[in-house]
Design a protein around this ligand. Structure first.
Ligand code: IVH
Length: 759
């Protein structure tokens, strides 16, 4: 049957709408309709095209998903060669470039440059004839590239058909195909989940994705193309400024980096370079520098080319984020909880703007996975402020003398045995506070800003105090004298006095901070707060029993919602024909796992099996058998409970706590419900966001909690107020969406006086 006029019109309308949404979403980064609406339009288009195959055109958005695979890449000779760029690495070289440009142009004043990010991906040339995409090619050697037309068609930010009007008969558009960082992380997470190989960096991922014979694979990769140049132009005119060319390209539907600016002279270039350099880590994609191009195209022509690069453009590169170097040794560091971390000692190398000579290898599993040997040549990466890491080994460069890394049997610091429980990645020193390394880390943690907040007690100082045996545990800190401290390296009398004063000031704290400072394994700030709220007094914790933390009739870790889900599932399962399990089947996490019970994580499955050892016992389970009494303190399950009880039962921990209390460490004892006079904000849940003036978020949090408020980390319907400082972000938006009252600094001050705004 031939399509009716109405069907014909509908197809045209659908394509227009879909491409419009594509353009808004992928090119302008401003989604216009919910996904469901988009999917509905696409489904309808596919439906019609399936019924009337003669209506399918190559520029139909339905054709982006990827057609059939090709057997090999064809070659494409570029009508206009794809040039490369000269590089410069510092301000002096940039100034030289600008001087050369002005000398050649015979110009005294400043030159206008188009300043652009140098995207780190793969250069591609697109060819449009009569507004239709007819070809896509990689750069190759600059004169001949590979035909990747089948793949570029799947990239949603590349128009299959030009928008607007006025385009030349033939137009070649050039740019960089990149994989944004977020998409890269997702892709790698998925690969890890499936046990597949991961990509080393977004650039390799982009290149690997574009150089696929099967376009259906490319179609699934989160690629984008940013356009920055034109190649052949026939049968039409382009604007006479490069910046105007980019604007025109954007009008025709291409994605152009929103970072592009026109700047004036060397100063303008330098400011642009610095600004983007500062924001590099936050940009959605990797860049390896900035590019400056003489903006006037007439001047470009006048300047011409040398060899393969234009005289009118230069790339000002950032320091490389990846470099090659050698692993000279692998040493083992001991952390606060005794965790032993392998650290690669590297031949010093300049990467990411600093000299790097160490990189963490995290744990032995990581060493084995990356197969790092001493003597290996490795790629190290340092991006932004992140800790340098070994990306991978170059196996082809491994010398015959390379040595495997072995976990030491004894702690390198104290000589105690190293233990690594089966199936665990982390090895630990069993020396506890006997180990100087653990002592140092425990004291650094104790003094930390979010713990006891002892101002001026830095890491170097703690190292010295422990090494000179002035301090063995946190309680010793408060016995330090000005004379003792003043005798240390790089400490004067004045700083010693300041430190003693800071130590004294830190004694007035909160129970939550105190508990966090003790460094119980597994107790972070949130759990410390939960324990403080629950027990209110450290003496109660000194006597804590397992059943005070968990226990009762229920199952640890199962709340009312999951209990409901589990019971409903069991009822359906039992009612279904063919109950496969015999009543006396013994249960464990594996058997339960195989049943696919919703919400049943491995930990919960263990707990469930411990309480209901057989299938017969479990299959008639009721909600009340599962909840009620399970966890007594929010967030504390069986494993943590044992660690907490174990910690407070240990003699030396009890001694340290007693000595800390004797030294005068104290906090306001709060009994919220009994004494509401002191707790004017009891029952109020608040969220703090943004930068506050004159008070840190942590200080504000402590003060509000002392007044009885609950300070939560995220905004929900239960939030009474959101206190928003400067540059508040998503939490503020969420508050506005939920209609939660937003307070400013003045509102915070009202709260801190114990008054509730608006009442
Ligand atoms: S213009 C005639 N602009 O850098 C000049 N290139 O080192 C041709 N690149 O092959 C290139 N961002 O892959 C230009 N904004 C930008 C760029 C850029 C990245 C890449 C491109 C080129 C390489 C040269």
């Amino acid at each position: 049957m031939k399509p009716s006029k109405a069907i014909f019109a509908e197809v045209i309308r659908l394509r227009g709408e879909i491409e419009q949404h594509n353009h808004r979403y992928y090119v302008l980064d401003e989604p216009s309709v919910p996904d469901a609406e988009y999917d509905r339009l696409m489904r309808r288009l596919r439906e019609i095209e399936a019924e009337y195959p003669e209506l399918v055109t190559p520029d139909s958005p339905s054709q982006r998903v990827g057609g059939s695979a090709i057997s090999a890449f064809g070659e494409i000779r570029h009508a206009v060669p794809m040039l490369s760029l000269d590089n410069c690495f510092d301000g002096g070289e940039l100034a030289d470039f600008d001087r050369r440009v002005r000398a050649r142009l015979g110009k005294d004043g400043d030159v206008d440059y188009s300043a652009e990010p140098k995207l780190d991906g793969l250069a591609v040339s697109l060819r449009y004839e009569q507004g239709q995409l007819v070809q896509g090619a990689t750069r190759g050697d600059g004169s001949t590239g590979e035909d990747v037309t089948h793949n570029v068609r799947t990239i949603p930010s590349i128009p299959l058909k030009l928008r607007g009007s006025g385009w030349p008969d033939v137009l070649e558009v050039r740019g960089e195909v990149v994989m944004p960082k977020a998409g890269f992380e997702k892709l790698n997470a998925l690969a890890r989940e499936r046990g597949e190989k991961t990509f080393v960096n977004p650039r390799n991922a982009a290149a690997g994705s574009l150089r696929q014979l099967d376009p259906r694979i490319t179609a699934q990769r989160p690629l984008a193309m940013y356009c920055y140049a034109i190649g052949e132009v026939r049968g039409g005119e382009m604007p006479d400024r490069h910046s105007a060319v980019l604007v025109r390209l954007a009008e025709w539907g291409f994605k152009v980096s929103p970072e592009v600016r026109v700047v004036r002279g060397v100063q303008g270039c330098t400011a642009f370079h610095e600004d983007i350099g500062r924001r590099r880590a936050e940009l959605p994609m990797d860049i390896d520098g900035v590019v400056f191009k003489v903006d006037s195209r007439a001047q470009q022509t006048e300047l011409g080319f040398v060899a393969r690069a234009p005289r009118w453009a230069i790339a000002y590169k950032f320091p490389a984020q990846e470099e090659l170097t050698e692993v000279q040794a692998v040493e083992f560091q001991v952390g606060r909880t005794g965790a032993i971390t392998p650290v690669a000692r590297l031949k010093p190398v300049f990467v990411g703007g600093v000299t790097v000579s160490n990189a963490t290898l995290h744990n032995m599993d990581e060493v084995e996975r990356k197969d790092v040997h001493v003597g290996d040549t490795v790629i190290v990466r340092r991006a932004g402020d992140v800790i340098p890491e070994v990306v991978r080994v170059l196996p082809e460069r491994r010398p015959a003398t390379a040595q495997a890394v072995v976990l030491p049997e004894v702690c390198p610091v104290c000589g105690s045995a190293v233990v690594r429980p089966d199936g665990e990645a982390v090895a630990r020193c069993s020396g506890g506070l006997f180990c100087a390394a653990q002592r140092k880390e425990a004291i650094k943690h104790f003094a930390g800003r979010r713990a006891m907040d002892i101002e001026g007690l830095g890491d170097k100082l703690v190292d010295q105090l422990v090494e000179q045996e002035l301090v063995r545990d946190p309680a010793d800190l408060f016995a330090l004298t000005v004379d003792q401290i003043a005798g240390l390296d790089r400490m004067g009398r004045k700083s010693a006095e300041n430190l003693v004063a800071a130590l004294n000031a830190s004694k007035q704290t909160t129970l939550a901070r105190f508990l966090f400072a003790l460094g119980v394994m597994g107790i972070g700030e949130t759990l410390a707060q939960a324990l403080a709220d629950h027990f209110r007094d450290v003496h109660a914790l000194l006597e804590v029993r397992l059943e005070d933390l968990i226990g009762g009739e229920g199952v640890v870790g199962i709340g009312p919602k999951s209990a409901q889900a589990i019971v409903e599932y069991m009822n359906r399962y039992v009612a279904a024909p063919g109950d496969a399990l015999a009543d006396d089947t013994m249960l464990n996490a594996d058997v339960l796992g195989a049943l696919n019970i919703p919400q049943l994580t491995a930990t919960r499955a263990d707990a469930l099996a411990a309480r209901f050892p057989t299938w017969g016992a479990l299959k008639r389970v009721q909600v009340e058998d599962l909840v009620g009494g399970g966890t007594r303190v929010a967030g504390i399950g069986a494993v943590l409970a044992e660690q907490i009880v174990g910690f407070f039962a240990q003699r030396h921990n009890r001694e340290i706590i007693e000595r800390l209390l004797q030294a005068g460490v104290t906090w306001a004892v709060s009994t919220p419900n009994a004494d509401s006079g002191a707790q004017p904000l009891a029952g109020i849940t608040l969220v703090l966001t943004g930068t506050l003036v004159g008070i840190s978020r942590n200080e504000a949090k402590d003060a509000l909690q002392a007044l009885g408020a609950k300070v939560a980390g995220s905004v929900s319907r239960n939030t009474r107020f959101v206190i928003a400082g400067a540059e508040a972000g998503s939490k503020l938006t969420k508050a506005e969406n939920l209609g939660v009252t937003v307070l400013d600094q003045a509102g915070l001050e009202t709260l801190l006086r114990g008054e509730i705004p608006g009442t």
